[in-house]
Design a binder for this molecule. Structure first.
Ligand SMILES: *Cc1c(COP(=O)(O)O)cnc(C)c1O
Length: 491
């Protein structure tokens, strides 16, 4: 494509409207700090800037423009109202180092958010400070380690992780200095309980579980699992990145979990993807209370009025410490607060019901259309898996080919090749915010792709055909990312 980069539109001397004063106080900057050369910036008009970035935004897939059934990522609609309220000037302009008496409104929101998350998860306390799911996991496993160390159980360093787990789980355990023991999944999608019995022992620190698992099914033996791990002296970690399926229905605390992280950016209304700000708030049960990351907001009754205060190292001397400047991503936390207040208790239940209804509707209709389910005997939770292993064998059409063909039909692809244990898989999560018409449109697209694959499997290998770019080398993009623009030689 010609002029894909804004630099390629640049013409010497062309300018857009300048919001900064023409002559900044350059003279006040000493020579030592002044630039020697003019920076390499594109010289373009305002209209060119507007067109360039608007066009780029339209070349992308987003929830605002497309159905986005990316399993495990919960790409649901995030109500604009949550954003608007999180941007209120009183909240936006609060300085984190301002006196506590000036931040009482903000702290009240944070305190109530902690309380609502406790209610939803059945945990005893919540800390809002981790800034991503992965950081919440780090906090959780660090607390498990701190708990064992405080009891003199230095040898408890083994973390059991099922083979279906999100990649961040084993990565987190390793970063915390633990040793990962992988646990196999049974044919029906539940954990192999016998294998778990054999895996636990005097070195067990804990187990990390996602429930419903990333296979899209609810772990039916969870109470047995909890007993086996607790009896062995280990603790249970709940990966609550996606709470959509369980909101108002079942609580990790009641399943026996000792610690949980929640991706507020997935379940509670912050647009995400592409590495934007997130929140991996953590909840703990009784055993881990002393180790929570700080600060936590607490409420005190003084002279008949509620006063909100920060709990710090003084109050929690065994805390694993501070994980972010101040208290995490306050914008994400405020959106989660507004969202939870907006939908309320009944709304939470409806989220779970529609998230699972939509997933099961898609699952049943895709199965009827000839797609193979990874776990055909199980009901879907908020997501489910189809496997393309027979198409891969007979037609040489892979899960990746189907994912690329979907882009041409106007749908963001589902998650591909995760979880790793299901060959040629697509993990599909429609979320509760999609209409039946949208789901039907997606099913029609899948059916059309299936028949196109039968007719001409080779053609699917070249998809997408209608996108601005075709198949990209994602390994190179990850390993040798080069975003620096250099002027062509001779210019
Ligand atoms: C998204 C996700 C994570 C990681 O969350 P980040 O905010 O991306 O760090 C962990 N576990 C599961 C199951 C997830 O879906």
């Amino acid at each position: 494509m010609s002029e894909a980069l804004i630099f390629e539109k640049s013409r010497s001397g062309r300018r857009a409207f300048a919001q900064a004063p023409q002559e900044p106080a350059a003279s006040k900057i000493t020579n030592r700090f002044a630039r020697a050369n003019v920076p390499l910036l594109p010289e373009v008009s305002e209209l060119q800037v507007v067109r360039h970035f608007t066009r780029l935004s339209q070349q992308n897939f987003s929830i605002d423009t497309h159905f986005y059934p990316l399993g495990s990522c919960t790409m649901k609609y995030n109500p604009r109202a949550c954003n608007a309220l999180a941007l209120l000037p009183g909240l936006m302009n609060r300085h984190p180092l301002g006196p506590v008496s000036h931040g009482q409104g903000f702290m009240a929101c944070m305190f109530e958010l902690q309380e609502m998350l406790k209610g939803v998860t059945g945990m005893q306390e919540v800390s809002l400070t981790p800034m991503a799911g992965a950081q919440g996991e780090l906090a959780g496993v660090a607390m498990i380690r701190a708990y064992h160390l405080a009891r003199g159980d230095d040898h408890r360093i083994e973390i059991i992780v099922p083979d279906a787990a999100h990649g961040t789980n084993p990565a987190t355990a390793t970063m915390c200095g633990c040793v990962v023991r992988e646990l196999p999944t049974g044919a029906d999608g539940d954990i192999d309980v016998e294998a778990l019995r054999n895996a636990v022992g005097p070195n067990t620190a804990g187990i990390m579980l996602t429930n419903p698992s990333t296979l899209g099914v609810f772990e039916r033996n969870i109470m047995d699992v909890a007993k086996i791990v607790h009896d062995a002296g280990g603790l249970l970690y709940y990966d609550g990145a996606n709470l959509n399926a369980i909101l108002g229905k079942v609580r990790p605390g009641d399943m026996g979990f000792d610690v949980i992280h929640m991706n507020l950016h997935k379940t509670f209304s912050t647009p995400h993807g592409g590495g934007g700000p997130g929140s991996g708030a953590v909840g703990v049960g009784e055993r881990l209370l002393p180790f929570m990351p700080i600060p936590v907001v607490s409420a005190k009754e003084t002279e008949g009025a509620t006063q909100y205060v920060w709990l710090t190292k003084k109050d929690l001397p065994q805390s694993i410490g501070q994980l972010s400047g101040f208290m995490g991503n306050s914008g994400v936390l405020l959106r989660a607060y507004v969202y939870m207040r907006m939908v309320g208790r009944d709304g939470m239940r409806r989220i779970a019901e529609y998230a699972t209804l939509n997933a099961n509707y898609l699952q049943v209709r895709l199965q009827a259309a000839g797609f193979e389910l990874a776990y055909p005997k199980r009901r879907a939770s908020h997501e489910f898996i189809i496997t393309m292993k027979s198409q891969a064998k007979t037609l040489n059409v892979s899960a990746m080919d189907i994912a690329k063909a979907l882009l041409d039909k106007g749908y963001h692809a589902p998650t591909t090749y995760f979880p790793l244990l299901v060959p040629e898989c697509l993990l599909i999560e429609p979320t509760e915010t999609e209409s039946k018409q949208t789901l039907d449109g997606f099913i029609d697209a899948m059916i059309a792709i299936a028949s196109e694959s039968e007719a001409d499997g080779e053609r699917q290998k070249g998809a997408p055909y209608n996108m601005p770019v075709r198949r990209l080398d994602d390994v190179k993009a990850a390993r040798q990312l080069d975003l620096a623009w250099q002027p062509p030689v001779g210019n």
